[in-house]
Design a protein around this ligand. Sequence first.
Ligand code: KIV
Ligand code: ZN
Length: 385
Amino acid sequence: MRKIHIFDTTLRDGEQSPGVNLNTREKVEIAHQLEKLGVDRMEAGFPAASPGDLAAVNAVARAVKNVSVVGLARSREGDIDAVREALQGAADPCLHIFLATSPIHRQYKLKMEKHQVLEAAQSALRYAKKYFSKIEFSLEDAGRTEPDFRAEMVAMAIREGAYVVNIPDTVGYLNPAEYGAIFRHLKETVPGIEKVQLSAHCHDDLGMATANTLAAILNGADQIEGTINGIGERAGNTAIEEIAMALETRADYFGAKTGLVLGEIARTSRLVSKLTGMNVPGNKAIVGANAFAHESGIHQDGMLKEKTTYEIMSPQTVGFKESKLVLGKHSGRHAFREQLLEMGYTLEDEQLNAAFARFKDLADKKKEITDDDLLALLEERLADA
Ligand code: KIV
Ligand code: ZN
């Protein structure tokens, strides 16, 4: 089984979510939890962005012992120096340098020709090598970069000693077939590609970040980048928990696994949601409140007979206590009776039928029927008797 390295960027790309601002204490708390989750690398921030972020990255670097801590830098000496300062005291420091390579970014943002982009990245890598033994180089907007130039930039980064080369779909523009083909092409054509780890970094603008990342894995990606709960710029980044569980659940298909402690997923998700203030939607895959909840009678009946009828993974695997059978208008007698039994009520068939009829009346008026509603139903029945 191939191991896929997990590069967590919750504290950097994730913190770039509009409205999110983590202070040092919060970053360190999340970093400790990411360490328990077992990520391989964690990007703690962008030290050149502000003195506060530099201090926060330094606090994370000193706090975390078993995970490589990464600091982001543009291809500028000043940014690289800021990461040097921020990663002092880190057990396993890693510098992450990026430069945009796509025609749109070259023309409008950088106002640079291809050769200038190549030279700027090369000189940043040469400067960085004096201070770092582990360097990741990212081709920002690689997804919209010309294939030949993309390959040339990757080859240059390898020659200059990068340890990981990252191919971001910065604006979430590609589809899985296209993104996968980029990895295959690079793996097959770039000299020396076997010396580096190739990394996938996807954004979710078209809702394809997870699918694109999995396509990259199928086509040779060694590392994937993402965030907890998929938070990040605009529509966010690849959700790490989705990749981990896709690989776990379909190991037969992907033949690859992460080294994550899967039972820490729910706790990590809750902590990130609490400290960033970004609520997890109920229907969010893996960590949403409804991810293991069943409402319809047919599904509940199946679940009560055999859980694998409607669950492809168990809630316990990711750290939730149990599946939920939610009583609502679609629920059936089987789940209704089970819930009453759990609350300590055993009704005769006739009583059950009457209570179930009342329950259906109420369920037509209310989205979810709680235990208190059921108690009220039963009390009404006793009062009528
Ligand atoms: O999306 C992106 O291109 C990035 C880079 C800085 C890696 O976040
Ligand atoms: Zn990004």
